[in-house]
Write a protein that binds this ligand. Structure first.
Ligand SMILES: CC(C)(COP(=O)(O)OP(=O)(O)OC[C@H]1O[C@@H](n2cnc3c(N)ncnc32)[C@H](O)[C@@H]1OP(=O)(O)O)[C@@H](O)C(=O)NCCC(=O)NCCS
Length: 139
């Protein structure tokens, strides 16, 4: 089985949304629509990656840079392709893309009950920030 990794293109967005809808663990929001995701990819063209197998999109990660920190969204691997280091490779590519523009830290938010993703992030060397809470405001 050969897995191809490459930058996400705007044309990958519909298949990415379908992948995300098929799985637990991701919080799909109103902003996960083609227009908003197109804006994200166009604003962060070097930080979003996909994995594919035989032309089928089977993994994604979205990276965003706000001028200070990197943010990771929608890391996802199709259930049939898990535990093959595909997420690790997607994250390595995203981290590398941040390092290339001198980003020194990036953050990822995980749902409290998503223990699989928590184990994954611990395994790849991410630190759980128990001293922080996240506040959000809808605009
Ligand atoms: C979390 C997720 C992206 C991991 O994808 P993956 O490709 O299977 O992960 P990898 O194969 O790269 O895992 C690397 C290491 O992380 C750890 N890990 C990954 N998934 C794990 C799990 N379910 N339980 C425990 N450890 C896990 C393991 O140590 C693994 O190495 P190993 O398989 O040699 O033991 C995948 O389970 C997924 O898509 N989940 C649903 C969406 C989601 O929750 N996304 C994160 C949103 S914050």
């Amino acid at each position: 089985m050969s897995i191809e990794f490459r930058l996400m293109e705007v044309s990958d967005i519909p298949a990415s949304i379908e992948l995300w809808k098929s799985m637990k663990g991701l919080a799909i929001r109103g902003s996960d629509n083609i227009r908003d995701l197109t804006d994200h990819v166009n604003m962060n063209p070097k930080h979003n990656f996909v994995a594919s197998s035989d032309g089928q999109l089977i993994g994604t990660v979205l990276g965003g840079f706000d001028g200070r920190r990197g943010y990771i969204y929608h890391l996802a691997v199709h259930e049939s392709f898990r535990r093959k280091n595909i997420a690790k490779e997607l994250m390595d590519k995203c981290f590398q893309s941040f390092k290339e523009i001198n980003v020194s830290k990036c953050h990822m938010m995980v749902l409290k009950d998503n223990t699989e993703a928590q184990e994954f992030y611990k395994q790849i060397g991410c630190e759980l920030r128990t001293e922080l809470l996240v506040f959000s405001k809808t605009l």
